[in-house]
Design a protein around this ligand. Structure first.
Ligand SMILES: N=c1c2ncn([C@@H]3O[C@H](COP(=O)(O)OP(=O)(O)OP(=O)(O)O)[C@@H](O)[C@H]3O)c2ncn1[C@@H]1O[C@H](COP(=O)(O)O)[C@@H](O)[C@H]1O
Length: 94
């Protein structure tokens, strides 16, 4: 599972710096800036809540995937790594 996130994060990183393929949504988010990324995270978080309160597990999974993707874009925009989050989770493990 971690491989899926590692691979997605690497793709997100590759969309930085002007070498993204035409039509890249990730590149458009980087171009729009951190406030826009934060806005998307807020929207996606609300969509997870709405799905969990009444739309069923399939929608929860779908919206959570959107939330995780946008969270990875935020990490990348801030120069952070997915491995930073993994390290924090590992630190908490008991
Ligand atoms: N995992 C994602 C991913 N998850 C969500 N999104 C986009 O996030 C946006 C979510 O927007 P909204 O919530 O407003 O929802 P929407 O437009 O109504 O669409 P829904 O997703 O809700 O159906 C949509 O445009 C989705 O396509 C993603 N866009 C890209 N990726 C991955 O990122 C990588 C790079 O993609 P590009 O930058 O587009 O090349 C690829 O591996 C993609 O699979």
């Amino acid at each position: 599972m971690s491989q899926v996130i590692d691979s997605l994060f690497a793709t997100i990183e590759s969309r930085k710096g002007g070498n993204a393929p035409a039509g890249s949504y990730t590149a458009s988010l980087f171009a729009a800036g951190e406030n826009e990324i934060l806005k998307k995270i807020g929207e996606e978080a609300v969509e997870v809540l709405i799905a969990a309160k009444g739309e069923g597990d399939e929608r929860v999974i779908y919206e959570m995937a959107d939330l995780i993707y946008h969270s990875l874009v935020l990490l990348s925009a801030r120069g952070l790594q997915w491995s930073d989050v993994e390290a924090e989770l590992a630190r908490r493990a008991r």
